[in-house]
Design a protein around this ligand. Sequence first.
Ligand code: PMP
Ligand code: GLN
Length: 380
Amino acid sequence: MQIVSKLPEVGTTIFSVMSALAKEHGAINLSQGFPDYDCSPLLSELANKYIGSGYNQYAPMPGTVELRERIAEIIQTCYAASYRPDTEITVTAGATQAIYTALATIVKPGDEVLIFEPAYDCYAPSIELQGGKAVYSTLKYPDFCIDWDDVRKKINPKTRALIINSPHNPSGSVLSKNDLNQLEQVVEGTNIIVISDEVYEHMVFDGQIHQSVALREGLRARSFLVSSFGKTVHTTGWKIGYVAAPQHLMAEFRKVHQFLVFAVNHPLQLCLAEFLKNTRNYSELKHFYEAKRNLFLKLTSGSRLKPLHSAGTYFQLMDYSAITQENDTDFAIRLTKENKLASIPLSVFYKEKPGQHLLRFCFAKKDETLEKAAEQLCKL
Ligand code: PMP
Ligand code: GLN
């Protein structure tokens, strides 16, 4: 029996491919974005507490009240914006499901969704599975900032939504106040919905402020704000995230969410709600990762790799053109096999491969892991 693929051009995600290759060759894994240290012992204790005290059946469909209230509080604290926990916040199985569900909620066959490349890998397939078309605008090199003139040219009556992502994976760039001004102008008077992927919201460096859509009344009214606890509390394996959106959007979102996952891990939601009462458990994160970025830059400063600016996330791009002119995928594979160091080639995030020589390294790693990785890089 044969089926016609709905995603004929899609293979296995680069994150699975590179992590598997790293494992096969015993390489240090700076490819897929996850920490190699554990979450806070308090978080594990709380997880045990809730699993051990009878919270092991279905959570309420939109998420536990406790966690939705905590999310509302965090958004209020960080962006002075109020979302109602009962009608405007839904807990999801990570940001991936949040983005998929938001797209499934709004995209009809023939609709266009504008995304920026290099683009996080789940965006285009999730659009196409709804019968929509991903329209690409390329971020300007080497700052990876948005070309607003290009955006204006690509927006038309078929444009149903626009996905923004700041801090940006894979480049580490962040949106500025002016970008939000431009975005407001571009969507004003249209029916365009904004899906704002802010999973790295608490990892913005050098004293900059994260420019959330929640900061702007005009954008909030038409946005699905997406975030994930995986990044914030070092638990990418828990797959718990959330969406905040105005009531009329959220009501439709929940219609889809209830049939996609129904509800998310109950005891861990309660555990996160308690852990995040302490605001330092998210407000300190930027300092922690800024120090990691700085350490990685210092350790690799003697290498022939040229770092680009990482203003946020836990990723660092490096230009390796002083070492070889090999394409990035071949080089990333060779580096994993021969030098025992795995990274992510940047070209996989583009539809039209740009021919740059860039690799993405994840610095959410123990200092000793970064030291060992840098040792390899300095030998190249
Ligand atoms: N968006 C971006 C930009 C990401 O980097 C990631 C994962 N790291 C996700 C979404 C998905 O997050 P989650 O693991 O919570 O599904
Ligand atoms: N977001 C992570 C990264 O960019 C990977 C998540 C995944 O493997 N799906 O590396």
